[in-house]
Design a protein around this ligand. Structure first.
Ligand code: C2E
Ligand code: CA
Ligand code: CA
Length: 640
């Protein structure tokens, strides 16, 4: 009976192409791909030996044929357990818990031993004088082992079906179905050698679909893309052992894209990627058009990593770019995140890099290297960002009040409410640090509601006569003012607490004022009409639009403490302060001077016409109970 070897020849053809594709294009640093390559190798060897088994009888001595047949059984028999390993690698891609597979491997071990011992016995197969192969009585055991392996594969697929992408599960199922079909065909028509052909077809389907690395490789550079890098790093983050991740971003990518267009710029980016590639020993990923990340390929050998960082820092890359194409000036920002200290997951690492992208870069510099300190700041910023979002819910906010002194009445007449944040994780965080972050992520809106609510409650509970405590100031940020319903919300809180609106006033910074939007104008006008005094905060720090000073419903101008900081030493500072106060008075504004720390400063601003003073010299910020006590004592003193 002449066996049909053309199926095997076709299989060989397919497998060689797959192999070539793998080694030229599809090489990716993941276990899954290596195991798949192992499968292709096994199929290739068993195909070649099957061709030998069927073409060499009568040409070579029987012992060679025996070896060739045994080779076929060993390698063909290893395909199902390797497929099982492959399925396992789809969820545990680092094979950290490979021990779990041991029980499933025992039958294959047994069948391999059976094949090896068949040299001495004809139990599995035997060759007649012409070298032609015949099945032995124990052959059925090999089928049984394969069936057990397929059950193992089915079990693993079913157990982890939620975690395995459906295309990957289906490709494995197709493999099992086609292979089983081929086994059945070969069982009934032994001359039809279709088993290897079926394996090769399945592998081709897999390699062109789920094993195709396009999903994880960047098309134009062939580096890992963001998905690929995430696949690579996720297990490292899970292991929680320290490892560095470097990043390099083209800071002016968008500007360059506008000037040169996407295609021309991309062709220049190739120079950058070629440069990076020279540094073998590091694994690169192109996360998006402008961002590259890299890790040392192997942790023991850190010299490649150090060399890359040194080159980047010494601006070798930018000078190379300058040499190779005059006229395009790429500005690079580089840094290293020490994981998990700086970022403990892939997501938080990306957030951190996003933050790094926002750090302004000097237009005259080619390379900005973010230091460890910068990264720590970014990390802290990110932590505070999370804390700020949950601050109201987690009760980490509180209010203090800084009394305001009236020069004319020579006593305290009001207070400014100031936010404080005390967290379990980072302890006390100053408003200078958390307010800008809260403005950035929108949490400031909730915070302002918190302030309004607490200030109103304080006014209601303290129930001090209005002649004693005239006003409590709240701070409004530009983000608050841009909300169309801000005034309505504040007034609702005030009315709900039964507080007279004239007991509350709103401070808006000069900078917020300079970006006056329609909503801000409406809000401030509505608040002012309801009796809430509007104050211009931090005057002298932002960009003033002097016209606003008289065109807006502004009652009080608060001069920033920077205006008085140097009055002792600088004549110019005194000229600025004196004339600012003079101008405000002539515009009929009430002048409040902030940040007065010494008697000398107090005397000076009083002699130049300040109406109110706020500063450590008179009182520091204090909690509500102390503020109430202060006012009561002051009231009692006056009455006696
Ligand atoms: P600000 O509105 O200018 O508040 C005055 C700041 O100056 C307060 O700092 C206060 O403690 C400080 N200060 C008062 N007197 C003196 C002094 O004599 N010397 C010095 N060196 N400092 C003095 P604080 O409480 O750290 O607040 C900082 C900034 O955070 C505030 O500046 C304000 O812009 C913002 N902020 C605080 N609470 C809130 C709030 O509820 N909402 C908004 N949007 N911003 C707030
Ligand atoms: Ca203020
Ligand atoms: Ca201020």
């Amino acid at each position: 009976m002449q066996a049909n070897i053309w199926f095997n020849v076709s299989a060989l053809f397919i497998l060689i192409i797959l192999m070539a594709l793998y080694y030229t294009k599809f090489r990716v640093p993941f276990r899954k791909y290596s195991i798949f390559l192992g499968l292709v190798w096994l199929a290739l060897i068993s195909t070649v030996s099957s061709i030998c088994n069927n073409t060499l009888p009568g040409i070579v001595p029987n012992w060679i044929l025996r070896i060739s047949n045994m080779t076929y059984f060993v390698f063909h028999g290893l395909i199902p357990p390797t497929l099982l390993l492959y399925v396992y690698s789809l969820t545990d891609y680092n094979l950290r818990h490979w021990q779990r597979l041991i029980p499933w491997m025992i039958p294959s071990l047994f069948s391999t031993l059976l094949v090896l011992t068949s040299w001495y016995a004809d139990t599995l197969f035997w060759l007649d004088e012409g070298g032609i192969y015949h099945r032995g009585p124990l052959m059925i055991l090999l089928y049984l082992v394969t069936a057990l392996n397929f059950i193992g594969i089915g079990y693993n697929l079913a157990r982890d079906w939620k975690m395995i992408p459906p295309q990957e599960s289906s490709s494995v199922l197709v493999f099992i179905l086609l292979s089983t079909g081929a086994v059945v065909i070969q069982l009934f028509w032994p001359q039809m050698l279709v088993e290897n052909f079926a394996s090769a077809i399945c592998m081709m389907i897999s390699q062109l679909t789920v094993q195709n690395p396009e999903r994880i490789l960047d098309g134009s550079t062939g580096m890992l893309n963001k998905q690929g890098f995430s696949d690579l790093l996720t297990p490292r983050f899970e292991r929680q052992r320290p490892f560095p991740v470097g990043f390099l971003m083209v800071d002016n990518y968008h500007e360059l894209e506008k000037i040169y267009g996407f295609n021309r710029l991309e062709s220049r980016m190739v120079i950058l990627t070629d440069y990076l590639r020279q540094h073998t020993g590091c694994l690169f990923s192109r996360m998006d058009n402008r961002l590259f990340c890299f890790v040392p390929e192997n942790f023991q050998n850190s010299s490649a990593w150090a060399a890359l960082l040194r080159d980047l820092e010494e601006e070798a890359v930018t000078s190379r770019l300058k040499q190779e194409q005059i006229g395009i000036r790429i500005q690079l920002k580089i840094g290293v995140a020490n994981c998990p200290q700086d970022a403990d997951s892939f997501g938080s690492m990306m957030e951190m890099i996003d933050q790094a992208a926002k750090i302004p870069m000097d237009r005259n510099r080619d390379v900005l290297r973010l230091t460890g300190g910068d990264m720590m700041k970014l990390h802290r910023r990110k932590q505070i960002d999370t804390l700020v979002r949950n601050a109201v819910m987690e009760n980490s906010l509180s209010l203090v009040y800084q009394p305001i002194y009236s020069v004319k009445e020579q006593c305290f007449v009001g207070a400014e409410a100031l936010l404080r944040m005390n967290t379990e994780k980072l302890g006390f965080i100053s408003p200078g640090e958390f307010i800008p972050i809260a403005e950035g992520n929108g949490a400031i809106l909730q915070m302002t509601q918190f302030v309004v609510e607490n200030v109103c409650r304080f006014i209601r509970l303290a129930d001090l006569p209005p002649r004693v405590m005239r006003r409590v100031h709240i701070n409004l940020s530009a983000i608050d003012c841009a909300q169309s319903e801000l005034a309505a919300k504040i007034l609702e809180g005030i009315h709900r607490n039964g507080v007279n609106p004239s007991l509350v006033s709103a401070e808006v910074t000069e900078t917020a004022f300079s970006s006056m939007s329609d909503s801000m104008l409406t809000n401030l006008t509505d608040l002012s009409r309801a009796g809430i005094a509007i104050m211009l905060d931090d005057y002298g720090t932002g960009y003033s639009n002097l016209k606003r000073l008289y065109s807006m419903p502004l009652d009080v101008v608060k001069l920033d403490r920077s205006l008085i900081a140097d009055i002792r030493s600088s004549n110019d500072a005194r000229i600025v302060l004196e004339n600012t106060i003079l101008m405000m008075k002539r515009l009929n504004k009430i002048v409040l001077v902030e940040g007065v720390e010494t008697k000398e400063q107090a005397d000076y601003v009083i002699s130049h016409g300040a109406d109110y003073i706020q500063g450590y010299y008179y009182a520091r910020p204090m909690d509500a109970a102390h503020l109430e006590k202060l006012f009561r004592e002051q009231m009692e003193k006056k009455e006696t």
